[in-house]
Design a protein around this ligand. Structure first.
Ligand code: S3P
Length: 433
């Protein structure tokens, strides 16, 4: 499906069960592989990113039965039992590369090369390689601090205290995972709270993490890990395009079932409410140690808002959609403190400004975000995903509200996180051509 055209619709109505959480699926597969039991994972996400993680744990010795998207049983090899192949392909997944590097430094393994696709090869890995080396690990990156990474595991690690310059769940997780194998305490403090899925899942697996002034800590070496059976709730970041579509199309009424509402992930809800959208949470409950619920959203008039730097981590993957909301809201919308967007699957500041500017939005780039002046309509036109799944979905949602619709090139990128995106959008009435 390299090209998709999405036309404007008069209303969106219906119910979607969004795909399972990508972040939780990566972690459940990795932590199950390190467990000393057979772990049943109910509804793990079937996507290119999580397929890469499944391939990596299998190639490293974990026994896997069943299918992603349905149920997978992983027989773990123990906390230091992974035997990875010489070359590990992380494909497009920064989460896999960074978390696996943290795991690998504790496994007895000689010169393992972690590599990925062109996009992953442009992403900064010094942010993990440097602190891992400080702990005593043997980790090398390409000269620009980018992949491929070469890791020799099994070197003695020292517990170390880190203060991160950026809020990043991937860096934090990498260092805590390395800390499982270190002598003494490893602490990680962030400038703002990023998603805490690793902490929740490690605790559920019996690892006594500590909280304190120095952030989150682990006392190593930890001798075993035992992840209980787990069922994966829906991904907030996959609910987000539908939420924004429903918010933008007046008269819409959309239900999204069983969505992970972890506050470190669901910051977009607050922004949508500030902008005037009507959202209700139904059936609040806990799934996989995460607060979840069903979302009901109704479309209407929106007003512009400011997204402050402290809010950014809780909606890091949803900020492209905030730009689209701003383009059709009354007044101005500004996002600041979001330079992290420049080192995602693409430079999501430049790409979003290009994409939305190209279909008629009045949007300007800032070094650390963007500023949008809202207007009553968007003209429409062409958007290229540049191989970035979130940009492909942004283009589709924009098509629903742009006068001439939007033609999205490179739409196949959605397979990274949400292969059935078009079918789900069609189910609520956003029928693509
Ligand atoms: C993720 C963390 C975020 C997010 C990414 C998934 C994770 O990245 O953008 O899509 O699963 O830990 P950073 O932690 O680098 O901000």
């Amino acid at each position: 499906m390299p090209v998709v055209r999405v036309k404007p619709v008069s209303t969106l109505r219906g119910t979607i069960r969004v795909p399972p959480d990508k972040s939780l699926t990566h972690r459940a597969l990795l932590f199950a592989a390190l467990s000393d039991r057979t772990v049943s994972i109910e509804r793990p996400l079937d996507s290119e990113d999580t397929g890469a993680t499944l391939g990596v744990i299998q190639a490293s010795g974990a026994r896997v039965e069943g299918e992603l998207g349905d149920r997978v049983e992983v027989t773990g090899v123990g906390i230091r039992g992974l035997r990875p192949p010489m070359a590990v392909d992380c494909m497009n997944s920064g989460t896999l590369m960074r978390l696996f590097a943290g795991i690998l430094v504790g496994q007895p393994a000689e010169k393992i090369v972690l590599d990925g696709d062109e996009s992953l090869r442009s992403r900064p890995m010094n942010r993990i390689a440097k602190p891992l080396r400080e702990m005593g690990a043997q980790v090398w990156s390409a000269p620009g601090g980018t992949p491929p990474l070469v890791v020799t595991g099994g070197a003695p690690l020292r517990g170390t205290t880190f203060e991160l310059e950026v809020a990043s769940a991937q860096i934090k997780s990498c260092l805590l995972l390395a800390g499982l194998h270190a002598d003494g305490e490893t602490w990680v403090k962030e400038p703002a709270a990023s998603r805490d899925h690793t902490e929740r899942m490690l605790r559920a697996a019996g690892v006594p993490l500590m909280d304190g002034d120095a952030g989150t800590g682990v006392a190593g070496p930890v001798e075993s890990l035992s992840l209980p059976d787990i069922s994966i709730p829906g991904d907030f970041s996959s609910a987000a395009p539908h939420l924004v579509a429903a918010a933008l199309v007046p008269g819409s009424h959309v239900h999204l079932e069983s969505v992970n509402l972890n506050p470190a992930r669901a910051g977009l809800l607050e922004v949508l409410r500030r902008m005037g959208a009507q959202i209700t949470v139904e059936n609040p409950r806990e799934v996989a140690g995460e607060p979840c619920g069903d979302l009901v959203i109704e479309g209407g008039e929106l007003v512009g808002t400011e997204v402050a730097p402290g809010e950014v981590p809780s909606m890091i993957d949803e900020l492209p959609l905030v730009a689209l909301l701003g383009a059709l809201a009354r007044g101005e919308t500004e996002v600041t403190g979001a330079e992290e967007l420049r080192v995602k699957e693409t430079d999501r500041i430049t790409k979003v400004v290009e994409a939305l500017g190209g279909i008629g939005a009045s949007i300007t780039e800032r070094q650390d975000g963007f500023r949008v002046v809202g207007g009553p309509q968007l003209l429409g036109g062409d958007i290229h995903s540049a191989g970035d799944h979130r940009l492909a979905m942004l283009g589709a949602v924009a098509g629903l509200v742009a006068d001439a619709g939007v033609r999205i090139d490179g739409f196949e990128a959605v397979a990274v996180s949400y292969p059935d995106f078009v079918a789900d959008l069609a189910a609520i009435g956003g029928v693509p051509e």
